[in-house]
Design a protein around this ligand. Structure first.
Ligand code: ATP
Ligand code: MG
Length: 251
C-alpha cells in the first residue's frame, strides 16, 4: 500500500498518463511521417541509381564531380531512410523473437560493426567478459542494434579520438549484467536527468533517439538500463537482464 498523500499520488498518475499520451502521439506522428516520406525517398534512391548509370557517357572532368555529387546525395538519402526505420521501430516495434543468447557472443558481433571506425580514431575496445555466461532470452536483432550498437556508438562519438571503450559482462544470482564504459568525459551533471528523454541530444546532428530506444528495448526484455556517470572522466551504461525462468528449467 502506498502512503503517498492523495494529491501527490494523483499528480504522479497524471504525469504518467501525460507521458503515455505524448508517446502515443509521437508514435502516430512517426508512422504518418514515415508513410509520407518513405515513397519519395525510395523514388529518389531509384533515380540516383539511374543517374549513376549515365556517368560513363560524360567527359572525364565532369564525371568525377558528377559521381561525387551522386554519392553525397545517396549517403544523405541512406541516412534519412535509416532515420525513418528508427522512427518506425520506435512507433511500432516488431514482435520480439526471443532466443537463448550468449551475451558475450552478441557483443562480439556488434563490436565488429564499430571496430573499423574505432581503429581509425585510435579508440581501443577492451573486452572484460565473464566466461560461460548464463544464456538469456533475447531478440538478438533488436537488442544488438537497438541497445548494444546505440551504446557503443554513443561511447565512440563521445570519445571522438584516442580513448578506450570497455565492455564488461557479469552474472549475478538473478541477472546477467553488461556494461559499456568509456573514458570520454561523461555526461554533464545538468544533462543527466534528460539523456533518456525522446529527442534530447547535445550533438549537432543527433536525433536523441538512441538512448530512449535502447531503454525501451531493455525494458521490453524485463531488464533495466542505467547510467553510472563520472563527470570529467567517463560514463558507464549498465544493462541488467533477468535470467529467464524457462531457460532455467532447461539448464
Ligand atoms: N557515453 C556517453 N557519454 C556522455 N554523454 C552521453 C553518452 N551517451 C549519451 N550521452 C548524452 O546523451 C544524449 C542522448 O543520447 P542519444 O543516444 O539518445 O542521442 P544522440 O546520440 O544525441 O543522437 P542519436 O543516438 O539519435 O544519433 C547525447 O546527445 C549525449 O549528450
Ligand atoms: Mg546516440
Amino acid at each position: 500500500m502506498s502512503t503517498l498523500p492523495r494529491n501527490k499520488k494523483q499528480a504522479e498518475i497524471d504525469a504518467r498518463e501525460e507521458a503515455a499520451s505524448r508517446m502515443a502521439y509521437v508514435g502516430t506522428l512517426a508512422s504518418g511521417l514515415a508513410h509520407e516520406i518513405r515513397s519519395p525517398l525510395n523514388a529518389m534512391k531509384l533515380n540516383l541509381g539511374l543517374l549513376g548509370e549515365m556517368a560513363p557517357a560524360m567527359s572525364a572532368e565532369k564525371r568525377a564531380e558528377f559521381e561525387r555529387c551522386v554519392r553525397l546525395i545517396e549517403r544523405e538519402v541512406d541516412g534519412l531512410q535509416e532515420l525513418l526505420s528508427e522512427f518506425l521501430a520506435f512507433a511500432r516495434p516488431p514482435r520480439m523473437q526471443m532466443l537463448a543468447t550468449d551475451v558475450n557472443d552478441l557483443i562480439s558481433q556488434v563490436i565488429e560493426l564499430v571496430q573499423p571506425e574505432c581503429r581509425g580514431k585510435h579508440i581501443e575496445i577492451v573486452r572484460d567478459f565473464q566466461k560461460d555466461l548464463y544464456p538469456v532470452g533475447l531478440d538478438q536483432h533488436q537488442f544488438g542494434r537497438g541497445v548494444l550498437l546505440n551504446l557503443l556508438t554513443n561511447a565512440r562519438e563521445q570519445i571522438k579520438e584516442h580513448g578506450t571503450i570497455t565492455l564488461r559482462t557479469r552474472e549475478t544470482p538473478e541477472h546477467v549484467e553488461l556494461q559499456v564504459e568509456d573514458n570520454g568525459g561523461g555526461v554533464k551533471p545538468e544533462d543527466e536527468p534528460k539523456i533518456f528523454e525522446l529527442f534530447f541530444s547535445t550533438k549537432e546532428h543527433g536525433t536523441g533517439l538512441g538512448l530512449p530506444i535502447a531503454r525501451r528495448i531493455v525494458q521490453e526484455h524485463g531488464g533495466e538500463l542505467l547510467l553510472e556517470n563520472h563527470p570529467g572522466r567517463g560514463a558507464t551504461f549498465i544493462v541488467r537482464l533477468p535470467k529467464s525462468k524457462i531457460l532455467e528449467y532447461k539448464k
